[in-house]
Every structure is written in structure tokens, then in C-alpha cells.
Design a protein around this ligand. Structure first.
Ligand code: HEM
Length: 392
């Protein structure tokens, strides 16, 4: 059985108009075409929570090494070794384990006071200003600074790095991030001479057994790839999470008031924001064999787009999924993926989201969005505000 659907049902990740508010369409996809086929771009989509989760678990038949952007996946371009978000086992297992050794929960937890201090530094000058931009004056800076301080990138250069990542994701001009060319290379050389307690230094020193059984250190190129992966995966997504926090809470002032009155509700609120508006909107896989879902068969050789933005609103898993409710305590959100590629930075992203919101609410208990100037910018993998001016 192949995917069946009514002819007026159309979705593609490139259509900015559709993706401005795709939720009514996603509801129809889940009900009418849980396995939807897009003829124009030749890919399948999964929109129900259980199907998306099953696809992420099925990593032997639905592989990651063809890339993440549907337009490039049929080209068979290989990602640089170590870019393990686009690798399959056994390579993926080896590279992920290596990064996990240095990107530890202890390292993440140790960042909290620094994240808080940086949030305060961004927000304090804005008190009494009448307004600010949740993304440009806050989300972008916090996300960029946190990755930067973890890696050991000098603060003065962090903005240039961030802009390059954003541009490459927005314009979809590259099959893979190519920040290696110059952006980080010089810091690696510098760090060799000036070791510190940052992650880049640890990556330069870590010893591991490679696929030939030789114990060695990472090459400069391998360190660069890991650094590029962390920066590419963690910058834009976290900035968008903070942007969505500004938008969703402005739309739900009663719930925002509860957070001001009882800040212990903030971690659950962040989890609900992650469910309701996931910054990483969809992830794709390539089928190396036929795979059968309830809605039909994904034939071998196809691209499958797994829409976490839809899965997170599936009433089967999250009753009344289109309703935002900070008391929901959602279990099983797909915002960070699932299975072997589950986001390595999820704990860091949650920490940033929580601390960023705590510090905002201490200074600004209320705000409204300037809808005339706010710009939502969906791309083929992410969805969030490029700019979100608010009045305070
Ligand atoms: C709200 C913020 C974030 C979101 C929504 C997010 C989302 C995701 C998703 C959906 C995946 C799985 C991709 C797939 O299955 O193909 C992923 C993987 C990954 N993320 Fe995140 N991420 C966020 C923040 C971060 C941060 C802060 C870091 C690191 C500093 C990070 C590092 C990674 C890495 C290294 C992977 C690859 C894991 C693997 O392939 O094994 N992410 N992320």
C-alpha cells in the first residue's frame, strides 16, 4: 500500500506561507494522511507522534548519513567524518561516545552561574528602555555566548560565527555546515599553544582508540568537525527557543503571571514551550529498505521527513495538543529527536531556556509583541522568529 491522500492536502517544508501557521494543516495530515507523499519534491512525511518516534528508532532502515536537508539527500554527498548527526553506526556510535566523554552533564551544570550572569548582562541595560528584541537583543546573544564560552571562542568573534551559521541554515546554500574554512581553525591553532579549561582544549587532549585499534589523539580536522557540529546544532535552535518563549508567553499572559508569582513552575513551562513550538521543526531520514507504517509503505530509496512540530501536537499523545498549558508536564516530546541521535545538547538547551526565562521575568513581568515588526522565518529544518520586538 502506498500513501493515499486527498488532492487538496499540500505541505512542503520550503513554503514559508504554509509554515507561518502549519498547525491546522498538520492536524489534517495526522488524520487524513499520516504518511503523506509530496509529489513536487518527491518525499514522504510522518506527522503522528508514534510514527515519528518509530522512524527515529528504526535507524538501520531509515538512515542519517544521507544528510538532513531533503533537497540534498538524493545527491549522496558524504558529510565530513565526525559530523555524527549525519552518520550511522558504527561510525556514529564511536564519534558520539567520544564527544560525550568531554561534553558531560558536569560541564553543562557548571555553566549555570555563567549563563545567568550573561543573561543579567544582556537584560540590565534594557530595564527602563520601553522595549527590546527578544531574539536579536537576547536569544541570539545568550545562545552564541554559551556555546562560545563552552568552546573557548573569544567573545569579540562570537557574533561573526553566529551570523555565518544562521546564513548557511537560512539560505540552504550548503549541504553541510562548512565553518571549517577559517571560522574556527585559527582558534584551534591558538588553543594548542594556550590550553584552558574549555571543551576545545579537552578535545585536543582526549585519547581514544580509533577504528584501526590505535590509541591516539584527535586530528586538528576532527576537532574542527566536532566544534562545528556543536556550534551548528546548538546556536540557532536555542536562540529560537528563547524567541518562542517571548512569543508564546506574550500570547498567554495569565500563564505568564503564574510564572512570575511561582517561579518553581518555570522548568515545566519551558518543557511545554519546547513541545508547543519546537525550534527544530523536522528531521529527515533516507530509507534503505521498504518500511511499513500505518499510513502505507515508504519505499526503499525515499526521503522521509519526520515532522516533530506535528508529532508534538498529536492528541493521541498530548490530549488537546493545540492548547498551551504550563501545567501539562508533557512526556514524550520529540523536540530533541529520539533514539541514537537524541540531542546531545538537550540538558544545556533546557538549562539555557530556564535561566533565560527566570532572568527575564525578574525584570519584565509583562510584555507585548510588536506584531508589525516581528518576523517569523521558517527554514527547511527550523522554525522561529528572526526578530521579535516587544514593548515592556
Ligand atoms: C532548543 C534547542 C535544541 C533543539 C530543539 C535541538 C534539537 C535536536 C534534534 C531534533 C536532534 C536530533 C537530530 C536527528 O535525529 O537527526 C539534535 C541532535 C543534536 N544536537 Fe541538538 N538541539 C538543541 C540544542 C542543542 C545544543 C545546545 C547542542 C550542543 C551544544 C546540541 C547538540 C546536538 C548534537 C551534537 C546532536 C547530534 C546527536 C547525534 O546525532 O547523535 N543541540 N538536536
Amino acid at each position: 500500500m502506498s500513501a493515499s491522500q486527498s488532492t487538496d492536502l499540500y505541505w512542503d517544508p520550503y513554503d514559508v506561507g504554509i509554515n507561518t501557521n502549519p498547525y491546522p494543516l498538520f492536524r489534517r495530515l495526522r488524520e487524513e494522511a499520516p504518511l503523506y507523499y509530496n509529489e513536487r519534491y518527491d518525499f514522504y512525511t510522518l506527522s503522528r507522534a508514534d510514527d515519528v518516534e518509530r522512524a527515529f528508532i528504526d535507524h538501520k532502515r531509515l538512515i542519517s548519513s544521507r544528510g538532513m536537508v531533503p533537497a540534498f539527500m538524493k545527491l549522496g554527498v558524504e558529510a565530513p567524518s565526525g559530523m555524527f548527526i549525519m552518520e550511522d553506526p558504527p561510525r556514529h556510535t564511536r564519534h558520539r561516545a567520544l564527544l560525550s566523554r568531554v561534553f558531560t552533564p558536569r560541564r553543562v551544570a557548571a555553566l549555570e552561574p555563567k549563563v545567568r550572569a550573561f543573561c543579567a548582562r544582556c537584560l540590565d541595560p534594557l530595564v527602563g528602555s520601553g522595549g527590546f528584541d527578544f531574539v536579536k537583543d537576547y536569544g541570539n546573544l545568550v545562545a552564541m555566548r554559551v556555546i562560545g564560552m563552552m568552546l573557548g571562542i573569544p567573545e569579540s568573534d562570537q557574533m561573526a560565527v553566529h551570523e555565518r551559521v544562521e546564513r548557511s541554515i537560512r539560505d540552504q546554500v550548503e549541504a553541510y555546515p562548512t565553518l571549517q574554512d577559517g571560522m574556527y581553525a585559527e582558534y584551534i591553532d591558538w588553543r594548542v599553544e594556550h590550553p584552558s579549561d574549555d571543551l576545545m582544549t579537552e578535545l585536543l587532549n582526549v585519547e581514544f582508540e580509533d577504528e584501526t585499534g590505535t590509541t591516539r589523539r584527535l586530528s586538528r580536522g576532527e576537532v574542527l568537525t566536532f566544534v562545528t557540529l556543536l556550534s551548528g546544532a546548538g546556536n540557532e535552535t536555542t536562540a529560537k527557543l528563547i524567541g518562542w518563549t517571548g512569543k508564546v508567553l506574550a500570547d498567554h499572559p495569565d500563564q505568564r503571571r503564574q510564572l512570575v508569582e511561582n517561579p518553581s513552575l518555570i522548568p515545566d513551562a519551558v518543557e511545554e514551550i519546547l513541545r508547543y513550538e519546537p525550534p527544530g521543526f523536522q528531521n529527515s531520514r533516507y530509507a534503505v529498505e521498504d518500511v511499513v507504517f500505518d499510513g502505507g509503505t515508504v519505499p526503499a530509496g525515499s526521503v522521509v521527513v519526520c515532522i516533530m512540530g506535528s508529532a508534538n501536537r498529536d492528541d493521541r499523545r498530548f490530549p488537546d495538543g493545540d492548547r498551551f498549558d504550563i501545567h501539562r508536564k508533557p512526556e514524550g516530546i520529540l523536540t530533541f529527536g529520539f533514539g541514537i541521535h537524541f540531542c546531545l545538547g538537550a540538558a544545556l538547551a533546557r538549562l539555557e531556556g530556564r535561566v533565560a526565562l527566570e532572568e527575564v521575568l525578574k525584570r519584565f513581568p509583562e510584555w507585548t509583541v510588536d506584531e508589525t515588526r516581528a518576523v517569523l522565518r521558517p527554514t527547511s529544518t527550523t522554525r522561529g522568529y528572526e526578530t521579535l520586538p516587544v514593548f515592556v
